[in-house]
Design a protein around this ligand. Sequence first.
Ligand code: MTE
Ligand code: MO
Length: 507
Amino acid sequence: MLSTGKTRIDGILGVVAVGAGLAVAQLLSSIKSGLNGPIVSIGNRVIDYVPASIEKFVIRIFGVNDKLALVIIISVVVLILAILIGSSYFSGKRRQANLIVIFMMIIAVVASIFDASAGVLSVLPSLAAGGTTIWILKILENRTKQNESEGLTINRRELFKTVGFIAVGSAAAVIAGNFFRTQASAQLKRLDILLPKALKFLPPLPTDPALKTAGLSKLITPNGEFYRIDTAIVVPNINIETWRFKIDGMVGNPLEFTYKELTDRPVFELDCTIACVSNEVGGNLVGNARWLGIRLDDLVKEASPFDSADQVMGHSIDGFTAGFPVAALDGRDAMIAIGMNGEPLPVDHGFPARVIVPGIYGYVSATKWLTRIELTRFDQAEGYWIPRGWSVQAPIKTASRIDTPTTASSVKAGGRVIAGVAWAPIRGISKVEVRVNKNAWRPATLGPVLAKTTWRQWWIDWEAEPGDVLLSVRATDGTGALQSSKRVSIAPNGAEGWHTIKITVST
Ligand SMILES: Nc1nc2c(c(=O)[nH]1)N[C@H]1C(S)=C(S)[C@@H](COP(=O)(O)O)O[C@H]1N2
Ligand SMILES: [Mo]
């Protein structure tokens, strides 16, 4: 009786049951922010505990899609287990199937307990997922039994109808969950926010040279194109009515602000390029924005830090932490940013507030979804990435990138433009040079200087001659120091080396 058709259907029934469980979890996780379904909770724990070497490997392969890749991998494992559950359950091994469900549920429940922002309700979605799965298996079993008693005909209409109902119910649960989530989401609240006016506005932006050179990075990276790196599978949705921002730790005068109190403080604008330590030579984990925020030097001073405090630690609502030296509050314009390119901070980039410290890699400074600044000591507290093998202190290294032509592309011979960006916050860029094959280095034209904290665009004309060509770029920072040529990998504190690309010039 065990035709291949039957085993296939058994597997599908398992997937239907597990899918219904996950759908119910999705619906329940929308009732309160911070609640997660089983897959996200398990993903969170994988991100927390996976060895740094594997993490680096995954980021190298998947780049900014690393979280999507993780969710897909976990989903595939769940799918395989679901097929196994179905085939066991409907071939009489019900106990075994239920045990697999319970085993999966326990893993998810334990994972959800550790979700930083979850309260007592955190285990609810995972418990409901397991319970629903077992219940649906039972319903499906009754249906199959009925089929069999009807004489083992291929008439599976009743069964299919039930499966159809369950599938529609699951889809409805997922849609409803997503609807409630967006209803409650910070995204909608953001739209109502009027940003305060800066006391001193920066001058309007100059004409962007990227308008004239196809492929060159824009002077200011639009919010929608800005790279995103963080450990959050689901970005925190913060309610600004209940959000509080504290400055405490080793201070004589701890401070606490509501969103309104914080944004009523004097604000200023800052043009600043931020970069990820995981950015490979030539990579795109870097962007330039006009930030609006409150001067961090002033806030920290007001809290009266103890002389013994040497580290400023940002805490995110999701448990992430990043610490940098108190010494970096030296007038370089560190800020609590609330605006990005004329908009309230986008949810992906840390709404309602994040830290921006010019010249320091994001993983040790740029805490998003900020709730707290703690004054502490380097010998007493470590930020999220430090025990995972990354350097305690990490100034952004001088870097330059060829945007156009792109690597491995082929171009036609004749007059071409080579162009790109170079950055060395907070030292600034004083020179960019380009080399074609082994010819002499030639200085490129530099684009407008917004500030020493931002990148500079550069471009240079080139008479392309047929053949394989190597193009290299190198920058000199504002102190006169040449960018390091030695190839160094991203770990533990940022890549080094001149960006070199190979292209083919055709006649
Ligand atoms: N809460 C939180 N903030 C975070 C991170 C994170 O994982 N969680 N990642 C940091 C890292 S490694 C970088 S490079 C920057 C990236 O900021 P962006 O996503 O706005 O470009 O955010 C920083 N702030
Ligand atoms: Mo980063």
